[in-house]
Write a protein that binds this ligand. Structure first.
Ligand code: PEP
Length: 247
């Protein structure tokens, strides 16, 4: 059975003052019945880990190499050393801002595993691709090229994030989410076997908020969410965690 997971992506938001939100979240959810992960900017990983209690901490990207002359980059080992146990990889903002490719994401995932991190690999179509009717072809290609051989439900989480739904307040219909998540499960079954496929947590991401989380979590093959804006405040992220707990 796939783990239920509520993951938060703080993106380039937050200074130490924002850790008060983590304290509030831990106070409100001292023993969550689902996996909860927060991925702050790298500058906050260490301090967040110290106060996060049952909440796991993750990075937002890592370099594929363990060390070296890569100014401004962070290795998976360094994330791990700072207290991370997860890393988001291939987020559409990285793919757009830094021209990250599927093979690069694949290499980063292997580096993450080697360091002992679980990879949260993001895939998703643009609005143009959806309008052109190529959503499943795009997702299928990203899945096959970004997720390395050796992926299991224990070392990899897949996040389906339609690019046009991120930070826009727009979400796909529940039927559209179901179509993609069913497709992902079937693709994983074909590649890794039916038993292993059921172990992968498939997260939906894109404008998840307290008001729509419960209905999204009812969709078959949705095992949780990757949440951006609504993960910044305990008052927003807490109800999303509670909605997932009640499924
Ligand atoms: C994200 O950045 O992964 C995301 C889903 O953002 P938001 O929830 O703000 O749409």
């Amino acid at each position: 059975m796939a783990r239920k997971i509520a993951a938060g992506n703080w993106k380039m938001n937050g200074t130490r003052a924002a850790l008060a939100e983590v304290e509030a979240l831990v106070n409100a959810h001292p023993a969550p019945r689902v996996g909860v992960i927060l991925c702050p900017p790298a500058t906050l990983i260490c301090a967040m880990k110290a106060i996060a209690g049952p909440i796991a901490v993750g990075g937002q990207d890592c370099h594929a190499e363990p060390s070296g002359a890569h100014t401004g980059d962070i290795s998976a080992q360094q994330l791990c050393d700072a207290g991370a146990s997860y890393v988001i990889l291939g987020h559409s903002e990285r793919r757009a801002d830094h021209a990250e490719t599927d093979p690069q994401v694949e290499a980063k995932a292997q580096a993450a595993w080697a360091a002992g991190l679980q990879a949260v690999i993001c895939i998703g179509e643009t609005e143009t691709e959806r309008d052109a009717g190529t959503t499943l072809a795009v997702i299928g290609e990203q899945l096959s090229a970004s997720v390395p051989e050796g992926a299991t439900g224990a070392n990899t989480i897949i996040a389906y994030e339609p690019v046009w739904a991120i930070g826009t307040g727009r979400t796909p219909t529940l039927a559209q989410i179901a179509e993609v998540h069913d497709f992902l499960r079937a693709e994983l079954a074909e590649r890794f076997g039916a038993d292993q496929a059921t172990e992968f947590s498939l997260l939906y991401g894109g404008s998840v908020k307290p008001s729509n989380a419960a209905e999204i979590f009812q969709v078959a093959n949705v095992d949780g969410a990757l949440v951006g804006g609504a993960s910044l405040k305990a008052a927003d992220f807490g109800p999303i965690i509670a909605a997932l707990e009640s499924i």
